[in-house]
Design a binder for this molecule. Structure first.
Ligand SMILES: *Cc1c(COP(=O)(O)O)cnc(C)c1O
Length: 408
């Protein structure tokens, strides 16, 4: 990979604005909040043009190297990322009267958009000389970290809730990590990672507890803008767990605006959660800046079963600044949405992705989204990783076949 100029100037506490030096190992800020990477945007804007970017051969998110923190190309850990497609939904758009587009993140390595964040976190870990990474996960983040870290020759230890889907636990271990099932939720797993830092010496790669996963997820926003010709849709529906993607995209739009690349307005950002775990929706409805822990969290959409988020105020800020909203959908609606989109559009969404379609329909019905608006729905993982209903329809080739049945 060729060398690119980099523009990181410092890191900044997202709560207090206190600055921290770049090129050092950092976790959370002094006040226990996420650190944001800051760039010399003026210089960045002068160093690259949209046209030069357009002509780049790299297909995936490493094409945005100037917007990313990795200084040296030898530290870039890549598993062959692609620019994820925008796929229209002609049948459902016509029926509902909107313009519905799915950004299908299931095409990334390890089958989910966690690849974006973890590729950056692992590359920066390599650049900063770390060798043992640990994290709590609901599945996809652990798989992405295991894959990228193994590719870089690093050790990984991963903790997941005991009811994490079998496929996730298996893929994590197969891709080189040591994975433990824990009798608790993701925040309980997170505590084990945090408490072990001192004695084991591993580095905590929990959502937002290191600064670089946000930068990786930021590429979702850069990529969307480039794909749409540097304009953005009216509204984005994002399945929100820890919120890295929501915060990252909002940061992407701010940075693109600062260098003058965006034409038109920013989109309304909609945080989608499940009614069984909706701390951000509750805080949004209550007008609060922070979201207290959600008790007894449950939903089939494991990726958004996050009872408490350290970046809660950043998610809420993005939603409010954008003029968007937060919305919760029932698990039954998620399941129906998954079936409807698969049957009608041939797109097998993950439950979290299906939640965005369920939320879109709900928002269209209650008037928060209007017909004719362009909505981008994030499908964050391939539906193939999740349990599917068994089909028992069969045919006995030794009996006479009633061909009339196939015409109906
Ligand atoms: C992690 C995850 C989410 C939530 O993403 P955040 O950016 O952490 O809010 C949603 N869906 C799936 C499938 C995930 O793996």
């Amino acid at each position: 990979m060729r060398e690119y100029p980099t523009f990181v100037t410092h890191l900044e506490c997202s709560m207090t604005g206190k600055t921290y030096p770049a090129d050092r190992i950092h976790g959370l800020s002094d006040v226990g909040r996420p650190l944001l990477v800051r760039y010399d945007l003026e210089a960045l804007g002068k160093a690259i043009t949209k046209e030069a970017l357009h002509d780049r051969l790299e297909g995936g998110f490493w094409r945005y190297r100037e917007f990313l923190p990795v200084r040296r190309s030898e530290n870039v850990v890549s598993l062959g990322e692609v620019m994820t497609p925008l796929i229209d939904m002609p049948q459902l758009s016509a029926e509902l009267g909107g313009t519905l587009i799915v950004k299908d993140e299931g095409r990334l390595p390890t089958g989910s958009f966690k690849a974006r964040g973890l590729a950056l976190a692992v590359s920066m870990a390599k650049e900063l000389g770390l060798s043992h990474l640990a994290m709590p996960t609901n599945g996809n983040a652990g798989a992405a970290m295991a894959a990228y870290a193994s590719h870089a020759g690093m050790r990984t230890t991963i903790f997941c809730p005991e009811d994490t889907p079998e496929v996730n636990v298996s893929e994590i271990e197969l891709q080189g990590a040591t994975v433990y099932r824990v009798n608790g939720l993701i925040n309980d797993c997170g505590k084990i990672v945090g408490d072990g830092k001192e004695s084991v010496g591993w580095f905590d790669v929990s959502t937002l507890k290191e600064p670089y996963r946000i930068e990786g997820k930021k590429t979702m926003g850069l990529e969307l803008a480039e794909q749409m010709g540097w304009t953005l849709p009216d509204v984005i529906f994002y399945p929100t767990g820890g919120g890295t993607g929501m915060i990252g995209m909002w940061k992407a739009f701010a940075e693109l605006e600062a260098i003058g690349w965006l034409t038109g307005k920013r989109p309304r950002m909609v945080a989608v959660q499940a009614t069984g775990c909706a701390p951000i929706v509750k805080a949004y409805d209550d007008g609060e800046e922070h979201a207290p822990l959600w008790e007894n969290a449950h939903t089939m959409a494991a990726g958004i079963r996050v009872p408490v988020a350290v970046g809660d105020f950043l998610i809420l800020r993005a939603v409010r600044e954008s003029g968007g909203f937060a919305i919760a959908v029932e698990d039954e609606a998620i399941q129906e949405a998954q079936e409807e989109v698969a049957k009608r559009e041939g797109l097998l969404l993950c439950p979290e992705g299906a939640a965005t379609y369920a939320a879109y329909k709900q928002a269209l019905a209650d008037g928060r989204v209007e017909k004719g608006e362009t909505a981008v729905l994030y499908n964050c993982a391939t539906g193939l990783k999740y349990p599917m209903p068994r089909i028992d329809r069969a045919l006995d080739r030794n009996q006479p076949i009633d061909y009339a049945q196939f015409k109906a």
